[in-house]
Design a protein around this ligand. Structure first.
Ligand code: R5P
Length: 229
């Protein structure tokens, strides 16, 4: 197992210990969240109800026997545990590397507590080295991308956002949208960028998760470290 996988696993296992019987739990998406899901299933807690943030996580949870529910069927979620692509100052995050940002944000915002789990390399002094995912409605997405570019230029970001592609063509999210990844290098004003992106018609969501994480468990060389905003 690679060093980063080991650190992701440590963080996921530590997070699973935070879950108590009877809780409604939000299950994040990605390789780190998958360690959490496996560790949670291994605890065999009773009366859990789990809200997955993607079809992929739902498949894994189902396979491991975790009881699933939906955001429509629960009024609140007690605790959501999820990974991140970057963890910046104040626990500002970039998420969406796995294309699950919209469902993730919906689940996070419905949660009483959000716990982010990551390996040490994800902790950064300034957000933006990881390309910022922006989820866009497929209809007219090139026109929307032009308007995204205008906003990026206003934020002194010169690189155009790129339509995310995979081996099988353009990536579609679980909701059928497409993703543009913006190489920002450094996001100096994440709050203003988040607001400006949300004002563009056709932008469904972006991967800036600001003021949402209550705590982070970071897996490192010497075990886990806890971070708070
Ligand atoms: O859309 C995916 C999510 O936001 C993931 O939580 C994020 O990309 C981190 O993934 P990983 O744990 O695989 O690095």
């Amino acid at each position: 197992m690679s060093v980063s996988d080991l650190q992701k696993r440590l963080a996921g296992e530590a997070a699973a210990l935070r879950v108590e019987p009877g809780m409604v739990v939000g299950l994040g998406t990605g390789s780190t969240a998958a360690w959490f899901v496996k560790a949670l299933a291994a605890r065999g807690l009773t009366d859990l109800r789990c809200v997955p943030t993607s079809e992929k996580t739902a498949d894994l949870a189902r396979e491991l026997g975790l009881p699933l529910t939906t955001l429509e069927d629960v009024s609140r979620i007690d605790l959501t545990v999820d990974g991140a692509d970057e963890v910046g100052p104040g626990l500002a995050l970039i998420k969406g590397g796995g294309a699950a940002l919209l469902r993730e944000k919906l689940v996070w915002e419905a949660s009483d507590r959000c716990l982010v789990i990551a390996d040490a390399a994800k902790v950064v002094p300034v957000l933006g080295a990881f390309p910022l995912p922006i989820e866009v409605v497929a209809f007219g997405h090139k026109a929307t991308a032009n308007r995204i570019m205008d906003v990026l230029i206003d934020h002194e970001i010169a690189m155009p956002a790129r339509l995310r592609q995979a081996d099988r063509g353009v990536v579609r999210t679980d909701g059928g949208n497409v993703i543009y990844d913006a190489k920002c290098q450094a996001i100096h004003d994440p709050v203003r960028l988040a607001d400006d992106l949300k004002l563009i018609t056709g932008v469904v969501e972006h991967g800036l998760f600001l003021d949402l994480a209550d705590e982070a468990i970071i897996g490192g060389a010497d075990g886990v470290e806890l971070l708070t905003p």
